[in-house]
Design a protein around this ligand. Structure first.
Ligand SMILES: Nc1ncnc2c1ncn2[C@@H]1O[C@H](COP(=O)(O)OP(=O)(O)OP(=O)(O)O)[C@@H](O)[C@H]1O
Length: 796
């Protein structure tokens, strides 16, 4: 029995938002430079694009936030007339936080600051049903749901509208086919004949997706464009007041824009205004930070902007300072990453660092990847100990080219050095793990449209006998004939059928052969019904974890979560044990991340004062996590994921031949490589103070220019000299932190001297004091115990 009184959630370390952490430095008191103010106060003329091209760390976010306030407070433009769009949740969060810190007025909170995707999905939710009745209930099908959807609907036995599938389609192919039909690239007839599937089947599938509002990410954009086009081209349809009302459109991170999103801006800017005056567009970005070419971004868009908005006059302005980069880091970024690749545009040639002192970037070379990892781990330990605690683990980031490198480094660091690693991008990894069934269950509890599909996914897990997919496909066809009109009737209908040996289940699951499975379906559904009642009065992360535990325990789902699914009959004991251990470690991480997503979402839910219920809010926003920093961990990220962030200390490894940057360091002899140049530029420009770049080639083999820009000597913390320009002084100024006292400095220096300098790397690795500093909490805990940590359940 669970004693409810006993339930108490321990505080889970959710970490700090990277953005909040960086915006703390009393934003309000910052003095804007002349070039920033020129942009802030530039009059928002109708039919004009203000194009802000500005370098890294120039304060684009701060300048845009200040401009929004200027428009509202000085020019008295109503906040509802301003729309701010950006590409990522992180940029939206950064802008919202900065705006909040700058303004005391509640007015700025009324400005719509959104990602393109969220803007489109809200537009469809608010106005879609005026144009198309299927737009009442829309929800995102993430990758795993799509795979389940495809696996159920592309079995040979799947029938839709009485037509079965005869061709073979993979999930990716099916998605492509449906997407091209939706955007009008091909017709249902053509696609059906190309892939040898019945036309009725294909149209039934599309109808099913539409009826249940099940959308893939690109659907939000293409459907919103269609909606706007319909509204723009028809006199008889209702006006989208929200679009008519906007006078000013501000776009941040424009370098990541791709053409379908450009269409959104074109449609909003040409949507007739209430006063029939044209609209103003402000665009900001750094063309050289365009690193998403593989997703369709194009650095040329900045220069071609006039072509895409022929009725607009384009005025370009630049910010002439960088606040983040020292002159030394700026030089490396422009001279090594950009100039040799023909990328040093005008907007960067006048940029200057506002910093008085900087530290020359460090070039380190190692013969092997392991040596490089040892070097970085030792240097991190040195920085923390010798700086007397001025630098913290979370000040450090290692930037890689791939996620695989992140895992290799974190495994090595945790195993050999007990250095805990905060891997960016990990926070939503649970979505593609077996924890995904939590989302299915929540959809069922929330009676979302299409929740019968989630039930099918759960039944597919419960039914462990061979040919389960075939039975589920049949169940779906049977469901189609039941004509249940509302999702909330579904559970009662199924329970009724199971209790009375009705046709619905027994025609597919022979009552004797599938007795156990049918009983488990029933237990599961009954528990869902109980939890629906429980959730009516208890919507919070803790109550949700409680419900999920009870539901998974009521069936074999708990077993499914606890055990690896890839064990074959002839597998050895040792291999099973190894797989189980890894599985449980991943499970622990995933459950913690899931709970963390729930709590972050709950905080946003309370802030948003939404009239929706929390489960609904969470199901719409769970994929929007932004990275957080944890104080006892260093950060690991790909260059792509770290875009827009800044860190005091940046390491860019380079010893691995496949991912080396050598061709840029020796670029005198190489062909230009703009894409790689831009990637290195984004990486180096995340640096607030100390930049380390790695390579397999020693510095003295390279050009005089490389030798002039880099140092291969490690910067020294010499506590005897405290003057300006020393490492400690520069760090404490850059980080706005108190200078460490003498005793801390000498204690740290002693620790490092005794245990690192004199010891072999092996000894250093087992150094117990360092282990304490980096102490990590390690245990391999089963699901049941994990749940109990979140809800203090008494074990059964
Ligand atoms: N006028 C100012 N005075 C002092 N600091 C400033 C000023 N403007 C910006 N900053 C600081 O400069 C840093 C970089 O700002 P921000 O992150 O907005 O740059 P960005 O242009 O968006 O950079 P990137 O394009 O590289 O992401 C921030 O720490 C910000 O607080």
């Amino acid at each position: 029995m669970i004693n409810m009184e006993d339930i108490m959630i321990p505080e889970v370390d959710r970490g700090d938002s990277v953005i909040e952490e960086m915006s703390q430095d009393s934003i309000k008191s910052q003095i804007f430079t002349k070039s920033q103010l020129d942009i802030v106060e530039s009059y928002p003329n109708a039919n004009e694009i203000l194009l802000i091209k500005a370098g890294p760390g120039s304060g684009k976010t701060l300048t845009i936030a200040r401009r929004i306030l200027y428009l509202i407070e000085e020019l008295k433009i109503s906040p509802d007339q301003i729309l701010v769009l950006s590409m990522t949740n992180r940029a939206v969060e950064a802008l919202t936080t900065t705006l909040k810190s700058l303004s005391e007025s509640y007015l700025s909170e009324r400005v719509n600051i959104s990602t393109f995707h969220s803007f489109c999905s809200h537009l469809l939710e608010d106005y879609g049903s005026l144009y198309d009745e299927n737009y009442k209930n829309i929800r995102l099908l993430d990758d795993l749901s799509w795979r389940s959807f495809s696996s159920i609907f592309t079995t040979k036995t799947a029938t839709i509208k009485g037509k079965s599938i005869s061709g073979s389609l993979t999930p990716t192919k099916l998605e492509k086919v449906i997407a091209s039909i939706k955007v009008g690239k091909t017709t249902i007839k053509e696609a059906a004949s190309e892939f040898k599937i019945s036309e009725e089947y294909l149209s039934g599938l599309i109808e099913y997706l539409n009826k249940n509002g099940m959308k893939r990410y690109p659907d939000f954009i293409s459907d919103a464009i269609k909606l706007m086009n319909k509204s723009l081209n028809s006199q008889n349809l209702p006006v989208i007041h929200q679009l008519a009302n906007y006078k000013i459109i501000i776009i941040d991170e424009f370098q990541d824009m791709h053409y379908s999103l450009l269409k959104i801006i074109q449609n909003i800017s040409s949507y007739p205004g209430l006063d029939n005056e044209g609209k103003h567009i402000t665009i900001a970005g750094d063309p050289n930070q365009c690193i998403y070419e593989f997703l369709g971004s194009d650095p040329k868009l900045f220069d071609d902007i006039g072509k895409h908005f022929p009725n607009f006059k384009v005025t370009e302005k630049n910010i002439e300072e960088t606040f983040r980069l020292s002159d030394e880091v700026l030089k490396v970024s422009t001279e090594i990453a950009l100039r040799p690749n023909g990328l040093l545009d005008n907007y960067l040639s006048s940029i200057k660092s506002v910093k008085q002192f900087g530290i020359k970037p460090i070039y380190f070379s190692n013969g092997s990847v392991m040596e490089e990892y040892d070097f970085i781990a030792n240097e991190i330990s040195r920085l923390i100990l010798e700086s007397g605690g001025l630098l913290k683990l979370s000040d450090i980031i290692i930037l890689t080219r791939t996620n695989r490198e992140i895992y290799a480094i974190s495994e090595y660091f945790e195993k050999h050095y007990s250095i805990k690693c905060n891997k960016f991008g990990d926070s939503t990894k649970w979505v593609s793990s077996n924890i995904h069934i939590f989302l299915d269950i929540l959809n069922i509890l929330n009676f979302n449209w299409g929740s019968e599909f989630c039930l099918m996914c759960i039944f597919l897990v419960i039914d462990t006998k061979p040919n389960a997919r075939m039975r589920i496909a049949k169940l779906f066809s049977a469901f189609e004939t039941t004509e249940i009109s509302e999702p909330d009737k579904l559970i009662d209908f199924m329970l009724d059928d199971l209790s009375n040996n009705g046709d619905f289940f027994s025609s597919i699951y022979k009552p004797v052969e599938f007795k156990h499975i049918l009983a488990t379906f029933k237990n599961f559904l009954e528990q869902c019904r109980t939890e629906i009642e429980f959730q009516k009065d208890n919507h919070n992360p803790k109550s949700i974890m409680e419900s999920l535990l009870r539901i998974t325990r009521s069936s074999n789902l708990l077993e499914y979560l606890n055990n690896p699914q890839d064990i074959s009959i002839d597998e050895s004991e040792a291999s099973i044990s190894k797989k189980t251990k890894t599985h449980r470690k991943d499970l622990e991480t995933n459950v913690i991340m899931f709970y963390s997503s729930l709590t972050i979402s709950y905080r946003k839910f309370l802030e948003a004062e939404s009239d929706k219920n929390f489960i609904d809010f969470f199901l719409r926003s769970y994929s929007e996590d932004t990275p957080v920093i944890k104080h006892d961990m260093i950060n690991l990220s790909t260059v792509h994921t770290a875009k827009g962030l800044e860190f005091p200390v940046v390491f860019i490894p380079g010893a691995m031949p496949r991912f080396s940057w050598n061709s840029l360091y020796t670029s005198d002899n190489e062909k230009p490589d703009p894409s790689k140049g831009r990637l290195l530029y984004v990486a180096t420009t995340r640096t607030k103070s100390l930049l380390y770049v790695g390579s397999s080639e020693p510095l003295n083999n390279l050009s005089p220019k490389m030798n002039e820009l880099f140092s291969d000597k490690l910067p020294s913390f010499n506590s005897k000299f405290k003057g300006q320009g020393t490492l400690l002084h520069t760090l404490s100024t850059d980080l706005n932190r108190v200078y460490p006292n003498e005793s801390k400095l000498s204690e740290g220096a002693k620790l490092y001297a005794n245990f690192f300098k004199k010891s072999t790397p092996k000894l250093a690795r087992s150094f117990s004091t360092t282990s304490k500093i980096y102490a990590g909490y390690r245990s391999s805990i089963q699901m049941q115990v994990l749940f109990s940590r979140f809800g203090r359940f008494k074990r059964l």
